[in-house]
Write a protein that binds this ligand. Structure first.
Ligand SMILES: C[S@@+](CC[C@H](N)C(=O)[O-])C[C@H]1O[C@@H](n2cnc3c(N)ncnc32)[C@H](O)[C@@H]1O
Length: 491
């Protein structure tokens, strides 16, 4: 599954979707000079700088000849698995290091530093935790090939499966090439070199894992992709959090993960499941984003689903199918609703907090309307859903309404697929659990507690000093716990 959202805005990049098929390159005119990065390569230009041009790998029928003699020699050296990355060289490794034979493992093709990001996590590797009773099975589905189906009725937030990916790989390899290459030759050369690199982790896989990997769907058989790159482009999920020193949120999406089961999920523009990656166990957990009936097909989003049906189907072209979900079949009303949800995001609680020209119930009315629209469109999987629940919960806290806040906290608790920084901050302090109880001391201790009802800024408009203090307080609240929450101020 390709999740083609590397080159979209931050807000749209948030939903974790399937993704590959875009490749981050330095500008075409600049011509890459770094060598292809194998385990021993020199100057692999590993982490592409923010702001560099994003280009899509080719799709459709192609047959491009590449002159011989420009392929980088691959020298691949096995080192002690416990050893870290080699500076300026890509790393092939198996995680977790030293796993038992019956423990699932992931073959990795990493930029320098990514192995350490994982290995240095306190508590890594945590064992996988599976649901007590199996919740899915694999079966064929008319017109879509294989797919996953529920084996029992599932409630929103139910855990469906856990799995370590078969492969985690960088989404492109920088290659060197002569100025005489055409753009098409350059793309083909990139695909050839990427295939050569990926042969290494695939060869390293356990035989049963290699068999499962090579049996995955390939929708890139005619565009010049080799068999492994084709499988990666068809089945890769965007994976973030593996780069050291990330400054640009979009550059986090430089890895793709290919899974035995999750990669069998078919696309829907109103998906009923969402995976969340857990770095400590190095595994995906798949959750139901709403109630699912026994026997229903489990689905996932391959692309941004808050745009028009025409744009979605354009983005789905690399997967070689046309979506026939109800929103695509009847886009008139759905297109407008989805575009609105995508454009407006979650209701801006920090904008309302001290804006006393807006009524006290303004934010909750907005949240309820937006949630109704999200649920109507079947978009619970997108980040706006938990963010709207968070806005509603925080609004109640700011109004001193612990009972109301605890009801929103219970809804937010079920959104277990939410992997936002806000959610991680709540989880780190076990705050969400505490907020489930309206009598909890977590309420009076909460930084937003009664901020709106006890606001000293009701007459801020008449005092520039108060206005400045108010802006500082909003900023401090929005950026608490080291998390930069989106906030806007409009007065
Ligand atoms: C990641 S695979 C999903 C599993 C795949 N059906 C299989 O048999 O392994 C992606 C491929 O599944 C098919 N597919 C996924 N979603 C689909 C949909 N909504 N309608 C038709 N085909 C779909 C397309 O062939 C696509 O290239």
């Amino acid at each position: 599954m390709k999740r083609g959202f590397l080159n979209v805005s931050k807000a749209k990049a948030r939903p974790l979707g399937p993704a590959l098929g875009t490749v981050r390159l330095r500008s075409w005119a600049a011509r890459l000079s770094g060598g292809l990065a194998a385990a021993t390569a020199v100057n692999p230009s590993p982490v592409i700088a923010p702001g560099t041009k994003v280009e899509k790998l080719p799709i459709g029928k192609r047959n491009v000849e590449v002159p011989e003699g420009y392929s980088q020699p691959m020298r691949y050296v096995e080192r002690d698995a416990r050893a870290g990355s080699v500076p300026n060289a890509m790393t092939f490794t198996t995680l977790p290091v030293g796993a038992r034979e019956d423990e699932p493992v992931t073959e990795c093709f990493f930029y320098p530093g990514s192995k350490e990001v994982v290995m240095n996590l306190p508590g890594f590797p945590k064992p996988l935790v599976h649901p007590a009773t199996p919740a899915f099975h694999l079966s064929s589905t008319p017109g879509k090939g294989l797919g996953l189906f529920s084996t029992r009725a599932l409630k929103q937030g139910d855990h469906i499966l856990s799995e370590r990916p078969l492969l985690v790989t960088v989404r492109c390899v920088p290659v060197s090439y002569p100025p005489s290459f055409t753009r098409d030759q350059y793309y083909q050369h990139t695909l050839n070199e990427f295939e050569k690199c990926l042969e290494i982790p695939v060869k390293r896989m356990r035989p049963e894992d290699r068999e499962a990997f090579m049996a995955l769907e390939n929708s890139h058989k005619e565009d010049g992709s080799g068999p492994i790159v084709g499988i990666v482009r068809t089945n890769g999920l965007c994976l973030k959090g593996l780069l050291p020193d990330v400054k640009d949120e979009n550059s986090e999406f430089q890895y793709a993960a290919i899974c035995k089961d999750i990669s069998r999920l078919n696309h829907s523009c109103s998906p009923n499941t969402m995976p969340r990656f857990d770095m400590l166990s190095f595994s995906y957990n798949l959750f139901a984003v709403r109630d699912i009936a026994k026997g229903e097909e489990l689905t996932f989003l391959y692309t941004n689903i808050t745009c028009s049906a025409a744009k979605r189907n354009e983005a789905l072209k690399p997967y070689d199918f046309v979506c026939t979900c109800s929103a695509c079949k009847d886009p008139a009303a759905s297109d407008a609703a989805r575009t609105k949800i995508g454009e407006f995001g979650a209701p801006p609680v920090y904008m309302w907090l001290f804006n006393h020209e807006l009524p006290d119930d303004w934010i909750l009315t907005e949240c309820r309307e937006r949630l109704a629209s999200i649920v109507h469109e079947g978009l619970e999987a997108i980040s706006e859903y938990p963010r709207t629940l968070t806005s509603a919960m925080e609004a109640c806290i700011a109004l001193g309404d612990a009972l109301g806040a605890s009801e929103w906290a219970a809804k937010l608790m079920k959104a277990k697929w939410d992997d936002s920084k806000e959610r991680k901050a709540l989880e780190a302090k076990l705050e969400l659990e505490a907020l489930l109880d309206p009598a909890s001391l977590a309420y009076p201790a909460h930084p937003m507690w009664r901020k709106r009802v006890d606001s000293p800024y009701k007459d801020a408009r008449t005092s520039p000093l108060k206005m400045i203090k108010m802006m500082q307080e909003v900023e401090a609240l929005a950026n608490r716990d080291g998390v930069a929450r989106p906030f806007v101020m409009m007065f």
